[in-house]
Write a protein that binds this ligand. Structure first.
Ligand code: ATP
Length: 306
């Protein structure tokens, strides 16, 4: 019997391991799906960054060829400047972020960084230079320290904690019995949307890349944290090329340029004051937000114009 027991026991362990791996794979599936969309070109070189000027040149894109999403979009984020994108839900704002991080390749036109087509460089080098804080962060089933430290290999505990402080998540972490060793993710402590986003912000602050993409969550953060983090993000993005998908007008006011998107096109563009003076769509969004703010605490979202 013992001869039978040992292999059966071994098989049991193996079965659990495989089951867990499959569960992990399942979790990662969304990510892997996207990763498979693009591949390094033969002989791709490493991205060389000087000032990190980002350009979208006549960019078109469709997830499904039958349904074009972006139609000939051109804009530039000059080195060290911030460009904000606003517009109705479904306009294609997050798609810009996904294309710049190269989750997908453009269907027409090109995206360059310091003149290099991002399809001609290795994905590894591209992503080393870009920090992305998405609306929905997927955390690894690992410790908080690992999830933040992932931003920069070899970061010290002190550096991880400094980033967590800046992202306003440190106090929450140390309040957990296991502190930075708390396992998060599906098999660990479940974090709220706002907490997950703060972990992603800490990771990006630690990574300290020359290009940053912030896809603001519409509702993940409460307004006190929202404003505190905006302050941190603003100081973190000083001198960095930053693309912000904005849902809060307070984020866009200081932007070098604001792009107003509708149905995959830029319908208005310019700095805050000139867009207000123009009295068009942005000015109406601004008026709507201001009226929404009356009597509230001033952190109302950019309204989606109907
Ligand atoms: P929101 O403000 O609601 O986040 P958005 O302006 O960021 O919206 P996108 O997420 O860029 O909009 O989506 C643009 C369009 O592309 C939408 O119509 C959406 O349904 C579609 N879309 C987004 N992701 C996919 C996908 N993976 N496959 C197919 N269509 C998609």
């Amino acid at each position: 019997l013992i001869q039978l027991y040992i292999p059966m026991n071994f098989l049991g362990v193996l079965y659990r391991e495989i089951k867990q791996s499959l569960a992990d794979l399942d979790k990662m599936f969304g990510l892997l799906e996207r990763e498979r969309e693009v591949a390094d070109a033969a002989g791709a070189a490493a991205l060389q960054v000087q000032g990190a000027t980002v350009r979208f040149e006549e960019v078109s894109f469709a997830y499904d060829p039958a349904r074009p999403i972006l139609q000939g979009l051109s804009f530039e984020v000059p080195a060290g400047k911030t460009v904000a994108v606003v517009g109705a839900s479904g306009a294609g704002k997050s798609t810009l972020a996904r294309l710049l991080y190269r989750f997908y390749d453009v269907s027409g036109g090109r995206i360059t960084i310091d003149g290099q087509d991002i399809r001609s460089v290795t994905q590894d080098s591209l992503r080393r230079h870009i920090g992305i804080v998405p609306q929905d962060t997927v955390l690894f089933n690992d410790t908080v320290a690992y999830n933040i430290g992932y931003g920069r290999t070899g970061a010290s505990q002190a550096e991880i904690e400094a980033a967590a402080q800046a992202a306003r998540i440190h106090d929450f972490i140390v309040a957990q019995p296991k502190g930075y060793d708390t396992v998060v993710g599906e098999r660990g402590l479940k974090l709220s949307g706002g907490e997950k986003q703060r972990v992603a912000i800490a990771r990006t602050l630690l990574k300290n890349p020359p290009i940053m993409i912030f896809d603001e969550a519409t509702s993940a953060l409460d307004s006190a944290n929202e404003r505190a983090i905006q302050g941190e993000l603003r100081s973190a993005s000083v001198g960095k090329t930053t693309l912000v998908i904005a849902h809060r007008l307070s984020t866009v006011v200081d932007a070098h340029e604001i792009l107003v998107m509708d149905a995959g096109q830029i319908v208005e563009r310019g700095a805050h004051a000139s867009l207000l003076a123009r009295g068009g769509r942005y000015a109406r969004m601004w008026a709507l937000q201001n009226s929404a703010e009356n009597g509230s605490d001033g952190a109302a979202a950019v309204p989606n114009e109907g």
